[in-house]
Design a protein around this ligand. Sequence first.
Ligand SMILES: C[S@@+](CC[C@H](N)C(=O)[O-])C[C@H]1O[C@@H](n2cnc3c(N)ncnc32)[C@H](O)[C@@H]1O
Length: 249
Amino acid sequence: MSDDFAHNDNWASNWAPVYEKFNSIRGRVAEAEETATFLERYCGGGSALELGIGDGRVAVPLSERGVRVEGIDNSDSMLTLLRERSDLINAWKGDMAKFRTEQRYNLVYCAYNTLMVLVTREAQINCLRSAADALHDEGYLVLELLVPAIGGFVGGQKTTTTLVDHENTFVTADIHDPLNQNLVSSLLWFSGTSVRRLPYRVRYVYHQELDTMAECVGLKLSERWGDWTGGEFTEASKRHISVYRRAGL
Ligand SMILES: C[S@@+](CC[C@H](N)C(=O)[O-])C[C@H]1O[C@@H](n2cnc3c(N)ncnc32)[C@H](O)[C@@H]1O
């Protein structure tokens, strides 16, 4: 793996300046209220910890509902964006693949496919273990992940146009690394006469593998939804919201 993709600072320094605009175009800013409404139900009036909190897209509306929200991110650029938006949230710089905290939370959550930015199975399991350790005995872990779409690759590569409007064109170029379940990708964002290249790398994971990884750290699936409004998870779903609790509850 090239360092270019392995280093999150690189990821974030590319994405941070355009993160809110990108999410706004993709409908993710508008969706954050729905996400916060969903998550609030699992907080029991208590506290929540977001893994990969970013600019607070979800954490800010959740904190505005009276939940005490904390967060971890390993990017200074993203934490700066968060601090510019809110002083309600205690967020610190750290690696969600191996964090330890004395605090215990009603809810730990990781939205917007963020678990996938950990590009090895070990890192993903370690993250789930840290998350499980950070939960109150009766707490919830909520994960939002897309359903892997690895059809359509020719010779291990695929190019997909995901948006064309009067101002912007988004083209994603993916290289598939099947041995590691990795996608090495770049979003090419054409706007006016300029183009911005936004590289990233992810390890995709199917929902049943996710359940097995969660079981490895003492958690058990309690609910699975197809979106943040509580839509059903079906074979047509493009993502899932999975809710885990301690096994035995
Ligand atoms: C897709 S963004 C999601 C941000 C936010 N959760 C949201 O829903 O808008 C992924 C975030 O995870 C952070 N991140 C990536 N790798 C990380 C790691 N190993 N530890 C902590 N944060 C990480 C990035 O800096 C970025 O802010």
